[in-house]
Design a protein around this ligand. Structure first.
Ligand code: FE
Ligand code: CA
Length: 504
């Protein structure tokens, strides 16, 4: 692998040396800068975003990846074939140190519903090749192969599940949060975080993101298909709410910390410039249409939320039902309800972080205050909006809890009256370490609408047509040992006009 790459560098080097001189070029001044791989995201019918970041020494403590403080020209190519014999677009992006030499190119004017391949070149070095897809045209509803994942703790396991996702060759991948974890390094797990301290500065967030992106399994998953990403808490700090921090370690201004975390997140994700942060604010909720088949409503349940009620945790807490409490913030709630009422496609997928259905943890009614159960009025308003609008094909896609779950969403959880939607919860990629196939935490007495639970690491595979969605919970037996095979541990069908889980 290394030998092949080096040969490619030499060939690329000759080409690079003779390339234009309009913008500063590195002319072999740096070693291989594409150590973080490539990525695509935000598919639309006419384009997508392609991403990379130049980082010859990705773990340098200053967070600048070993790049000189020189604006650097990066050539890019998009082709309709994997061998780049048919080039659809080319261009040059100029990186800056202010953006940690990240590259975000937004492609437009491409054909809908097809595959493309892309790569980058600078200083005589050529990047790996990535595969992207444009969304199908509105008015068409071709089958969609989509995977979703969350919670990738670098220290707690190898990213085998990301590798297996790449091997599935999907059209689209959703990451629903906890892409990185912010904690300090430990020496008791399978590998160790860089930097060693809990991250709270821009340099440290950049190094942590860079460390993640050096993982070859994660790189493979990014290179295989476009991603839609939304964060949860650990991209900043465990269980933070809006500008309210979880604890005071490390000390410092939390607003500045959130700004640093959001900036580093943007720099490392294939997002559009509309998502670029301004100080501690970043507009992450957005709609992505997949033709007339589906609309993805990607939600941000951290940035605008009311603080967790009753001190967080699993609680019996009447305050959780206070109608003034919000997980989405008022503006995002209005935007979501407006989008649901438009019913732009057969399916409405809510890509979001925390458990949506009611889930009683004990007979006394204790519920998780960090999830929608801590913001029940907000949940009811959203559910009622899609229900009264007749959106039968509404499916909530969830991460966060490090276990696979599936549930029917009920118009009234107390009386169990009427199924109005479906929730699919992906387990973690690694968080929590190796699972336990024998674990059964389903409690059908307390939660009759919750139908599935599995404590193994993995992801969810979906295949969606205009009539039904086939769902497979995919899992690996271990993540503390490399290279386990993936298997299907549970399957459901969801029908577009009949909400809820069906046996396959
Ligand atoms: Fe997590
Ligand atoms: Ca989380």
């Amino acid at each position: 692998m290394t030998t092949l790459r080096r040969r490619t560098f030499i060939v690329g080097g000759l080409a690079g040396a003779s390339a234009g001189v309009l913008v500063p070029r590195l002319a072999n001044a740096i070693s291989y800068p594409f150590t973080l791989g490539v990525a695509s995201g935000e598919p639309a019918a006419d384009g997508f975003v392609i991403w990379t970041r130049l980082a010859p020494n990705p773990l340098n403590a200053d967070g600048l990846g070993g790049m000189p403080n020189t604006n650097t020209a990066v050539d890019w190519q998009v082709a309709t074939d994997e061998r780049f014999t048919s080039i659809a677009r080319t261009g040059t992006f100029t990186t800056t140190q202010a953006s940690a030499h990240s590259v975000h190119v937004t492609l437009t004017g491409l054909e809908p519903g097809r595959e493309y391949w892309y790569r980058f070149r600078t200083g005589g070095h050529i990047s790996p090749v990535g595969r992207a897809l444009t969304a199908p045209a509105v008015g068409t509803s071709p089958e969609l192969s989509m995977l979703f994942a969350s919670c990738s703790h670098y220290e707690e396991g190898y990213f085998t599940a990301y590798r297996r996702m790449a091997e599935e060759h999907p059209d689209l991948i959703l990451h629903l949060g906890d892409y990185i974890y912010e904690g300090a390094a430990t020496t008791t797990k399978v590998r160790e975080f860089a930097p060693a301290a809990e991250i709270s500065t821009l340099a440290n967030y950049r190094v942590r993101h860079a460390q993640y992106k050096t993982d070859p399994d994660l790189q493979a998953a990014h290179a295989t298909a476009p991603w839609l990403v939304v964060w949860d808490d650990h991209e900043v700090e465990n269980n933070y709410a809006n500008l309210i921090r979880n604890d005071t370690n490390p000390a410092g201004d939390f607003k500045a910390r959130r700004a640093a975390a959001y900036k580093a997140y943007y720099e490392h994700m294939p997002l559009r410039s509309a998502q670029a942060p301004t100080a501690e604010n970043m507009l992450l909720h957005r709609r992505v249409r997949w033709g007339s088949l589906a609309t993805f409503h990607m939600l941000d349940t951290r940035q605008y939320r009311t603080d967790q009620a009753c001190g967080d945790g699993s609680k019996v807490c009447p305050e959780a039902d206070n109608p003034s409490r919000t997980l989405t913030g008022t503006s995002q709630e209005t935007w979501l309800i407006d989008g649901l009422r438009q019913k732009l496609g057969t399916w409405d997928f809510l890509g979001q972080q925390v458990f949506f259905a009611q889930r009683l943890n004990s007979a006394d009614g204790a519920r998780s205050m960090d999830a929608w159960d801590g913001y029940t009025a907000n949940r009811t308003r959203i559910q009622n909006a899609w229900d009264t609008n007749g959106n039968k094909g509404t499916v909530v896609l969830t991460g966060d809890v490090h276990r696979s779950w599936a549930a029917n969403l009920m118009q009234n959880y107390g009386t169990q009256n009427r199924i109005i939607g479906t929730e699919l919860v992906t387990t973690s990629i690694t968080s929590g370490g190796d699972g336990n196939a024998a674990d059964n935490s389903l409690n059908p007495t307390l939660n009759p609408h919750v139908k599935y639970f599995k404590n193994l690491r993995g992801y969810v595979r979906t295949r969606t047509t205009s009539t039904q969605m086939n769902v497979d919970f995919r899992a690996v037996d271990k993540v503390t040992v490399r290279d386990y095979p993936v298997k299907t541990v549970g399957s459901y069908i969801v029908e577009a006009t009949n909400p809820g889980l069906q046996a396959p």
